[in-house]
Design a protein around this ligand. Structure first.
Ligand code: G3H
Ligand code: 13P
Ligand code: ZN
Length: 320
């Protein structure tokens, strides 16, 4: 199967009550770890490339790595997506350069400007068979003092006009997730009986209101790493310092996947598994220096993590 866009993936996911995993890729081992898991679990997948990934690895290398994965995994649908496209030019370069899906992240712009920019990308993309993800609402960051104020969430009353005027194929919304490994401050959390921090619930009321206004339309969740505490522990036990790293509980993502959320973005969890593996390896093998010896278990642990997400969180295992 050649690279596909996400149209059919999303339709099936919406109707089937599951979500497609969108995993960020930056190098060969990450591409291999993700796609080997998807092949084994018979799951469709979105491999996504950020502006930072293009700057790090080079556009052509990333496209060719993903094309290699498609050759190695002919049974599963694979989409190549631009994550957080910052402007028209970057989206155009990806559309012209082999991507099947792009995100134009106009969320920092005023509503009217976001519509204008997004519509321009949609016009260019649709003429070339490429689909577009837009965003409304801003994802909070822990430094952002207004992050959990109502103002940063998506305003449901804006979504119909945005979708209708832009022609986007999917919409990322802000309901309380955020990027990175520090999604909530400890003081926002409660503690369960084991003393583990439990973050506040996502705003499912906003998701439901958006879905009511956009029936059948695919919604996207960014910032959806769960920051597995077992990996935080490995990192911290082997020289790392990630105090109070905390993510979105997996049950909440599972619930979102059963509703209108068709794409769930995960990057930080892969970074944690890779970094934890390599830290532990160096701690236990200080004299070793062959990169293959530490990248091999890192790749295997990314694969295990992705398999778990496909089966137990996204619900897309067996849906290829
Ligand atoms: O949304 C952010 C993704 O985790 C990509 O991160 O910009 O560091 O590549 P990056
Ligand atoms: P995480 O940092 O939660 O993995 O989010 C990744 C993401 O949203 C990429 O766009
Ligand atoms: Zn994101």
């Amino acid at each position: 199967m050649a690279l596909v866009n996400t149209k059919e993936m999303f339709k099936k996911a919406y109707d089937g009550g599951y979500a497609i995993g969108a995993f960020n890729v930056n190098n060969m081992e990450i591409v291999q770890g993700i796609t080997e898991a998807c092949k084994e679990e018979n799951a469709p997948v979105i491999l996504q490339v950020s502006k930072g990934a293009r700057a790090y690895a080079n556009h052509t290398y990333l496209v060719k790595l993903v094309e290699a994965a498609v050759i190695e995994c002919p049974e599963i649908p694979v989409a190549l997506h631009l994550d957080h496209g910052p402007d028209f030019e970057t989206c155009k370069a990806c559309i012209d350069g082999g991507f099947t899906s792009v995100m134009i992240d106009g969320s920092a712009h005023a509503f009217k400007d976001n519509i204008e920019l997004t519509r321009k990308v949609v016009e260019y993309a649709h003429d070339r068979g490429v689909v577009v993800e837009g965003e409304l609402g801003t994802l909070s960051g822990i430094e952002d003092e207004v992050s959990h104020e109502v103002g940063s969430y998506t305003r449901p009353e804006e979504v119909e006009e945005f979708v209708q005027k832009t022609g986007v194929d999917s919409l990322a919304i802000a309901i309380g997730t955020s990027h990175g490994a520090y999604k909530f401050k400890p003081e926002q959390c409660t503690r369960n009986e084991k003393g583990i921090l439990v973050p506040p619930a996502l705003r499912f009321d906003i998701l439901e209101e958006v879905s009511k206004r956009l029936p059948g339309f695919p919604i996207v969740l960014h910032g959806s790493s769960s920051v597995p505490q077992e990996w935080v522990k490995v990192v911290n036990e082997h020289g790392g310092k990630m105090p109070d790293a905390i993510g979105v509980p997996e049950e909440q993502l599972r619930k979102a996947a059963q509703l209108s959320v068709c794409k769930i973005n995960i990057d930080s969890d892969l970074r944690l598994a890779m970094t934890g593996t390599i830290r532990q390896f160096f701690d236990e093998n200080p004299s070793k220096f062959d990169p293959r010896e530490y990248l091999k278990p890192a790749r295997a642990n990314i694969k295990a993590l992705v398999s778990h997400k496909l089966r137990d969180v996204l619900g897309c295992a067996g849906k290829a």
